[in-house]
Ligand binder design. Structure first.
Ligand code: HEM
Length: 506
């Protein structure tokens, strides 16, 4: 009798499960409870989805175990993020994204619900996101984002980096460039946010903050336990799942959050409101006095968003640049010779040189395509408050409130648009005349996402990459000391393997 009831229960569950599965765009067969997790043992999610995308018309569902719809070519990504951008503007409000901000965590703990309050820019949506993004952009522009003031700030960070490199390069042996690069990008964003920068001779606080962020990013690598907590929040109370999928990632990011809170506390205590603000935190504190939609929790969250967005992504791109320079020395030489012909040896490179450096510009774009450091955008939730109907992408119905993942990785590795995509080849982004930028290829460049949630720091990053790489090539030649391994290491950011290089002053 008990066995019959059990069998009937299981059968009903399986029937209902597959009926529910049929609501979503088709993908590989999921199994009850574990969904498609069994497909992911040997490959990373982005590689697996890239491989199977064409079989499902570039719009498919994986059950991880929660259903996630992936868009894997330019047309489906553009349809979701631009043509129907308002439908897909929501965020997930789920682990691991909510681990980033304290406020999101608090609400989740007390109310035991997957719906969290909104803080900051990256993880919020609706009216909160609109206002925090608007105010943040306004303040960043007031502090010179994309203009000369910011150029001077980036140049100060570059001077510190060059001094740092000369310091560790004194013995002319092979060096690891990771820390000087992280410090350079860390200094640009720290000066923007807090108004000071770290000296390479006193790195204790910087390394503490950076280690916490890196530990968090690394704890996400191949972390199946986080997916379980994402699908069933109660599993965070189980011993192994709770440790790997919940408490360990939170412990590392909390250290970083405390650093941010302490810096803002000091600025708040010392800033006279009658003064002109000289950094982002001061400007936001002033805005808070007249705008009731702003508060301290948002400020903490935005600073976390910007610091994490600003340091690891940019310095990882630069680590890939060094791999490219070592693996393709002829391209490094060609970039340098164009720089020398335009800038010469007597002065520093400036943003005003940009239009005279077509090959160098093409190489920077190709670098971001080739390194492809963010395989996905953040989650985009098919927003039920905005879209009253389900959405159709690539002719397939995506039910409202579904999580979606536009896959940047596949768009920028499309064999059709970028033949032999694993090769580093700046000419892809130039027309046959070798000077004019190729509009067709630039259209498919998507490193910063697309549409309304496109990267807020894009113009800052473009300036940083231009000035930092320009200065490095004008000052040094980067040589390999052994074989270069271009195999990527996947986390939530795609890192290169660690390599030392010989840095020869020129
Ligand atoms: C190489 C460096 C960078 C790359 C490749 C990059 C790329 C991206 C991508 C792909 C997104 C997701 C877009 C989406 O979800 O649709 C994003 C969002 C964002 N990025 Fe960046 N980013 C970089 C650096 C920065 C920097 C330096 C900052 C801060 C100053 C920043 C701030 C942000 C913010 C605030 C968002 C969230 C935008 C929103 O949700 O409205 N990023 N970025």
């Amino acid at each position: 009798m008990i066995f019959t009831i059990l069998l009937a229960g299981v059968t009903a569950y399986v029937i209902l499960y597959y009926r529910w599965v049929r609501k979503y765009p088709p993908g590989p067969l999921p199994l009850p409870l574990i969904g498609n997790l069994y497909h992911l043992s040997a490959e990373t999610v982005h590689e697996y989805v890239d491989k199977i995308g064409p079989d499902y018309g570039h719009c498919l569902t994986l059950f991880l175990p929660r259903p996630v719809v992936f868009f894997t070519d330019f047309d489906t990504v553009k349809e979701a993020l631009v043509a129907k951008g308002d439908h897909f503007i929501g965020r997930s409000h789920l682990p691991p994204e909510i681990y980033l901000h304290e406020n999101l965590m608090n609400k989740q703990r007390t109310a035991n619900t997957i719906q969290s309050p909104q803080t900051g820019v990256v993880m919020s949506d609706g009216d909160v996101w609109k206002e925090q993004r608007r105010v943040s952009l306004k303040i960043m522009r007031e502090h010179g984002m994309g203009q000369n003031i910011m150029e001077a700030q980036v140049n100060r960070a570059i001077d510190e980096m060059l001094a740092h490199i000369d310091n560790i390069n004194a013995e002319n042996t092979a060096i690891d460039m990771t820390l000087p690069l992280q410090l350079c990008f860390g200094n640009v964003i720290t000066e923007t946010l807090f108004g000071y920068h770290f000296k390479h001779t006193d790195l204790e606080v910087f390394e503490f903050a950076l280690d916490a962020v890196i530990q968090f990013i690394q704890s996400m690598r191949d972390n199946i336990w986080v997916l379980l907590v994402q699908a069933w929040p109660w599993t965070k109370h189980l011993p192994l799942v709770g440790r790997k999928g919940y408490s360990e990632p939170i412990a590392s990011i909390s250290k970083f959050r405390h650093f941010v809170q302490e810096e803002i506390r000091k600025i708040d205590a010392s800033f006279f409101r009658s003064q002109d603000p000289t950094n982002f935190a001061q400007s936001y504190l002033l805005e808070m006095e007249k705008n009731p939609q702003l508060n301290m929790q948002h400020l903490h969250a935005i600073v976390v968003d910007f610091w994490i967005g600003g340091v690891e992504t940019s310095s990882t791109t630069l680590s890939w640049a060094l791999i490219a320079f070592m693996e393709y020395p002829e391209i490094q030489e060609k970039m340098r010779s164009e720089l020398l012909s335009v800038v010469g040896r007597e002065r520093q490179i400036e943003m005003a040189d940009k239009s005279s450096l077509p090959y160098f510009n093409a190489a920077l774009t190709e670098l971001q395509r080739w390194a492809n450091i963010l395989p996905f955008t953040q989650f985009h939730r098919c927003e039920k408050n905005i879209s009253t109907k389900d959405s159709i992408i690539g002719g397939k119905l995506v039910p409202k409130d579904t999580l979606t993942m536009p896959q940047i990785y596949s768009v920028m590795r499309s064999e059709r648009i970028f033949p032999n995509p694993g090769e580093f080849k700046p000419e892809r982004f130039l027309e046959a005349d070798g000077r004019t930028a190729s509009k067709k290829h630039l259209k498919h460049f998507m490193a910063f996402g697309l549409g309304k949630r496109q990267c807020l720091g894009e113009s800052l990053v473009r300036m940083e990459l231009f000035l930092v790489i320009g200065n490095l090539l004008l000052n040094y030649r980067f040589e390999k000391i052994g074989p270069v391994d271009c195999t990527p290491v996947f986390g939530s950011v795609i890192f290169p393997k660690k390599h030392k290089c010989r840095v020869v002053p020129i």
